[in-house]
Design a protein around this ligand. Structure first.
Ligand SMILES: O=P(O)(O)OC[C@H]1O[C@H](OP(=O)(O)O)[C@H](O)[C@@H]1O
Ligand SMILES: O=c1cc[nH]c(=O)[nH]1
Length: 519
């Protein structure tokens, strides 16, 4: 059916088009059916919505970026035909039943994801099927290669190319901002790309975006890395492994990161960016993606096996993840904390220690002896800060950036301990929920800053942590959640008194061990 193309200034997660009810009846299609729209040599598949008001009979409305991808002029005639479900839906169902997929079936799924042929429901089914049934290492390698082959790849004139990546899952893990400048200042090339938050309150790309442009294409990634030695880029902004960001957008609201998808996500980006030597950080422990050391060791083996298949030398660090790295969680708060370390502060030491440890592993892969001493020298002499500023400037940020330039949320609230004792545990996932409720990562100033960490002595009335927000209503939501979730457990020698006693003093109406004070 030939119809006039009409731009609709709205966005939706999947490519979407709108037909008048009468045209939909004539074409024999219903809401949520798929429609192929052809314009010259270009075509897209969009999900259908029907209307008797938004577009006229004889028109097809095409939403936002789908219109841009198809490319007709306003009112130009396009050809509209019904089309069936993509073949990959069959293979997603096969994985839902727990069956092994062939190389070709995996390629078909990834092709359909890259072409935006799958609805968000189908994409969610894919992610959930992987979360429940997983993939063996052969399938994971095929998945990785399919993600590489559907995008661009970069080749550098000189090498070897180094990289570093965290599997995530531990809040406050802002160390990439320190590791990359140390490695680049040592003269190694590290074209680092990061994703946005998946299970956390701020992915590395969300943090860097506070002070520099993270969007770059593959050409710019290569040019910046060759010029200043390193990049701090968002993988989703470029054509390297383009399926990755589409899948992450579905994982984020669920807060899940299926093992095989995680492996393929990381390794496809590294392969596409031309990495030869890679260090992987695997935060481990309760409240992370990898609860036990045994699981972390198996994860590391999978990374090394995949690396062998892809021609990348991989070394892994199993790192402590049972509480946040450092004290800040949330984009601006984490940026400030990381830059403070680059400026010379050694507090909090977990950020300093972890950054030095990870950078040392990369330096040693590059043949530098005593990587730890070298990493410390580069950081403490200010060379890492200078390199960081060069990278920021190359990415359009302030070339003289300092921690005092970073603005954090204007609304804040202290959570106060109602009892004296020691911090027995800090629950990562609950802290993430609170930071997200405060607006992180979209609201850059939102998040949480810990005043106490595990094992610290706490006096009644002391601040345990502070919640920050850019909007007052979100601060209120986060405070309410904090009361309910109680993410920091303070205990003393008496755990409980019986009968009719709780281990906590109940100061407000909640059963929390905290009371709240405004500031
Ligand atoms: O913690 P969650 O959100 O699950 O994992 C995603 C984070 O982990 C990785 O960190 P990096 O880029 O190596 O610093 C990703 O790129 C992203 O920033
Ligand atoms: O880059 C990343 C990091 C963690 N998990 C992913 O799926 N991708």
């Amino acid at each position: 059916m030939n119809l006039k193309a009409r731009y609709i200034d709205m966005e939706s997660a999947e490519y979407t088009c709108v037909l008048h009810d009468n045209d939909a009846i004539e074409l024999g299609v219903r809401e949520q059916d798929r429609i192929r729209i052809k314009h010259e040599r270009n075509s897209i598949v969009a999900l259908l919505q029907t209307t008797d008001t938004v577009v006229n009979q004889g028109e097809v409305g095409i939403l936002g970026r789908a219109y841009g991808v198809l490319g007709p002029e306003r009112d130009e005639i396009v050809d509209v035909v019904p089309t069936s479900k993509p073949e990959s839906v069959k293979y997603i169902k096969k994985k839902m039943r727990g069956e092994e997929l062939t190389t070709e079936e995996i390629r078909t799924i990834i092709n359909d994801i890259v072409q935006h042929n799958l609805s968000n429901i189908e994409l969610t089914a894919y992610v959930v099927a992987l979360e429940i049934n997983g993939m063996n290492i052969r399938e994971t390698a095929d998945l990785t290669m399919a993600m590489v082959e559907t995008g661009d790849t970069i080749t550098f004139d000189r090498g070897p190319i180094f990289d570093f990546h965290s599997v995530g899952g531990c809040p406050g893990n802002k160390i990439t901002l320190i590791v990359v400048p140390i490695v680049a200042a040592a003269g190694l090339i590290i074209p680092k790309t990061s994703s946005r938050a998946i299970s956390s309150a701020a992915g590395t790309a969300d943090i860097i975006e506070v002070f520099a442009d993270v969007n770059m294409d593959a050409h710019k990634l290569r040019t910046v890395a060759e010029k200043v030695g390193g990049t701090l880029a968002w993988g989703g902004s470029m054509s390297l492994s383009p399926a990755d960001d589409t899948i992450i957008k579905v994982e984020y609201p669920l807060g899940i990161d299926p093992h095989a998808q995680l492996l393929a996500s990381v390794m496809s980006k590294k392969k596409a960016a031309g990495a030869n030597c890679l260090v992987i950080d695997i935060p481990t422990g309760a409240g992370t993606k990898v609860p036990t050391i045994e699981e972390a060791q198996a994860f590391a083996r999978d990374f090394m096996d995949l690396g062998e298949k892809l021609g990348i030398e991989v070394r892994c660090a199993i790192t402590y993840g049972e509480q946040p790295v450092g004290r800040a969680i949330g984009p601006a708060l984490e940026a400030k904390e990381a830059i403070t370390i680059l400026e010379g502060s050694k507090h909090p030491s977990s950020v300093y220690e972890k950054s030095i440890g990870m950078a040392a592993m990369v330096l040693e892969m590059g043949g530098i002896k005593n990587g730890e001493a070298k990493a410390k020298e580069i950081l403490e002499s200010g060379q890492a800060l200078t390199k960081f500023r060069e990278i920021v400037a190359a990415q359009g940020g302030n070339p003289n950036i300092s921690s005092s330039d970073i603005t954090v949320g204007m609304y804040k609230h202290d959570i106060i301990s109602a009892m004296s004792g020691y911090v027995n545990s800090i629950k990562n996932k609950q802290l993430v929920q609170i930071a997200r409720a405060a607006g992180s990562p979209k609201d850059k100033g939102a998040g949480v800053v810990l005043n106490k960490k595990r094992g610290n002595r706490v006096l009644e009335g002391e601040t345990l942590y502070t919640i920050y927000a850019d909007h007052e209503a979100k601060l209120e939501q986060a405070i309410e959640l904090a009361r309910k979730l109680d993410p920091m457990v303070v205990e003393n020698m008496i755990i409980s008194k019986l009968p009719n006693s709780s281990k906590y003093t109940v100061i407000e109406e909640t059963s929390s061990n905290v009371r709240s004070e405004r500031n």
